[in-house]
Ligand binder design. Sequence first.
Ligand code: GUN
Length: 293
Amino acid sequence: MQLLDGKTLATKIKERIKIEVDALKESGQKVPHLAAVLVGDDPASQAYVRNKVRSCDEVGFESTLIKKDDAISEAELLDIVRDLNEDPYVDGFIVQLPLPDHIDAEKVNLAINPKKDVDGFHPMNFGRMTLGLPSYLPATPQGILFMLKEYGIETSGKKCVVIGRSNIVGMPVSILLSQKRKTGNCTVTIVHSRTQKIEEEIRKADIIVAAIGKAHYVTADMVKKGAVIVDVGINKVDDPSRKRGYRLVGDVDFDDVADKVSWITPVPGGVGPMTVTSLIMNTLIAAKGEIYG
Ligand code: GUN
């Protein structure tokens, strides 16, 4: 078994981006600027946004964090989005999900200017991605593609099973891996809560992308020998031996499948760091106007 080490790869990519940003600074040009809107005090969302801001610092980007209480109204949040759309100093921004129930996340998503939608969630970007046109690719799927490419994993003609059909990961990664592109040309099956004989489907896969959000869901008996595993899950499980009382585990039972697979992403240190780095890459693309000018 070999590790798909997202942490090391993410560091390498950020170093390359920093060199580019340093050159911009030296020539007196504006550095890329990412803004993040965080509503409420969900610890996981706070941690994700903290990582995004820290990565901006690491590469020399400017960043703005807008934190709001979860009592914020939908209208107030939409005003913030409109202000960010119009702010000439902000190249791209994200509204961290999930949002409180009283806010229509779809309405907020639609209000974001596609030019600044570095999450790639707006229908304009999602549609362009689906049609194979230039667009911001959603961060996690893009990070996965990058990792497969960098580690030389052959995808063409392979059978890929994606577990989970979310708009953020499962659905877009299925589309991208099935497309005629360098890291693509897979035969993709999406499995989900209504799939019959789900384990049988997963066992056929050369590449498994697990994005279901259930700790240790994938076990050795579900995995074909030599399969490549991309584990998107970040689940908290109780662990009294740890000071904080829990540890983070993936959707895949790493220890159980380790001897059976050819490549696997660790959790943490696999997909997570690549997701944040993808967002940084998209912000650089936004600052350069590479997609929409
Ligand atoms: N919540 C979980 N993943 C993401 C993401 O990639 N972007 C945003 N905005 N919210 C998220």
